[in-house]
Design a binder for this molecule. Structure first.
Ligand SMILES: [Zn+2]
Ligand SMILES: [Zn+2]
Length: 66
């Protein structure tokens, strides 16, 4: 599974929680929350490429070190 996903916004794998995802928080201008979620990132979003502490904050989470 090494295919690279395109940067498309509709690849959310957990739409029910999308409002807690970095993409949506950024879109909503909640930069404080985003900063907290990126303090010690361990996961990267395969959708938008953002890094986060928890996979629950990402649309398409994957490990940072591939
Ligand atoms: Zn999402
Ligand atoms: Zn994302």
């Amino acid at each position: 599974m090494s295919e690279r996903l395109p940067r498309v916004d509709n690849l959310c794998k957990n739409p029910d929680n999308h409002k807690t995802h970095l993409c949506e928080l950024l879109a909503a201008g909640k930069t404080d929350e985003v900063a907290k979620l990126q303090e010690a990132p361990k996961f990267v979003c395969n959708n938008c490429g953002k890094e986060a502490n928890t996979e629950g904050a990402l649309c398409a989470p994957g490990p940072m070190d591939v």
